[in-house]
Design a protein. Structure first.
Length: 267
């Protein structure tokens, strides 16, 4: 029996109150989740960014419930202490609050997740409310919404004009009012993120939203140097693609020239 104490929504709330930064990243598999967990990060989001990062789609729209559930189960098996949050894919929560509850429950029941995330502010207020009434912890997500890329005609920072900034504040307040335990602020000006962080009683988790949020989230392939490019809001803390390429080339060379496997690798 595993008696590691898992991080809970109450721990995140306390961290906001005491000013301890909440450190989070996405992950999509058990090996990476174990490394993230062992490094002490507090929360792992099984982001629908899996669409771009590990599933080979050009955006997050095609990700299905079944794909997301499979990845979330794998991450849960790798993580012991970190909270694991399943990211509800496009189309899995917008149809009706009932369908959202049916789909969100699967993350808790089938994957062992600690909650779900979904995108949107005022527009998804009734959905978040219904999920929370059904005892499903929800993380909100406002600002840039990758699932709206087709409607918005691309990815761009949000909240730069005063009118847009006010809309983002109202979205964040709606998410809190609906009962979410935290909210992701994506690609908004640092000053706006600071204003929202000071206004809300729930933790804000920023990505491309400056240093004043209660926590930060990054896409794991960006911070580990596995992606094909580094977005401006990210930084590479390791260079795994280079190391992996070098290792694979060496393996290729050694099998080709007969020096691997050697006697020490043979039975
Ligand atoms: O899917 C994802 O990775 C996300 C984060 C960028 C917050 O939603």
């Amino acid at each position: 029996m595993d008696n590691v104490k898992r991080i809970t929504v109450r721990d995140l709330q306390k961290m906001k109150q005491t000013g301890q930064k909440i450190v989070t990243v996405t992950s999509y598999d058990a090996i990476t989740a174990r490394l993230v967990d062992e490094a002490g990060l507090h929360l792992i989001l099984v982001g629908d960014s899996a669409g771009n990062t590990v599933l080979g789609y050009s955006n997050t729209i095609p990700v299905t419930m079944e794909e997301s559930l499979m990845l979330t189960s794998a991450v849960r098996r790798g993580a012991r202490r970190a909270m694991v949050i399943g990211d509800m894919p496009f189309g899995s929560y917008q149809v009706s609050p009932e369908e959202a509850v049916r789909n969100a429950s699967r993350y808790l029941k089938e994957c062992g997740a600690d909650g779900v995330k979904l995108e949107g502010g005022k527009a998804v207020y009734p959905i978040i409310r219904r999920l929370v009434e059904a005892s499903i912890p929800v993380m909100g997500h406002v600002g840039l919404l990758p699932q709206s890329v087709l409607k918005d005609g691309g990815y761009r920072a949000h909240g730069k004009s005063e009118e847009e900034a006010q809309a983002v504040v109202e979205d964040a307040l709606a998410v809190q009012e609906a009962g979410a335990f935290a909210v992701v602020l994506e690609c908004i000006p640092a000053a706006l993120a600071e204003r929202i962080t000071k206004t809300l009683s729930i933790p804000t988790i920023g990505i491309g939203a400056g240093p004043h949020c209660d926590g930060q989230i990054q896409v794991v392939t960006d911070v580990l140097g596995l992606g094909s490019y580094v977005p401006r809001h990210a930084s590479q803390f390791a260079h795994l693609a280079d190391a992996a390429s070098a290792g694979l080339r060496e393996y290729f060379a050694k099998v080709s020239d007969g020096s691997f496997p050697g006697p020490e690798n043979s039975i």
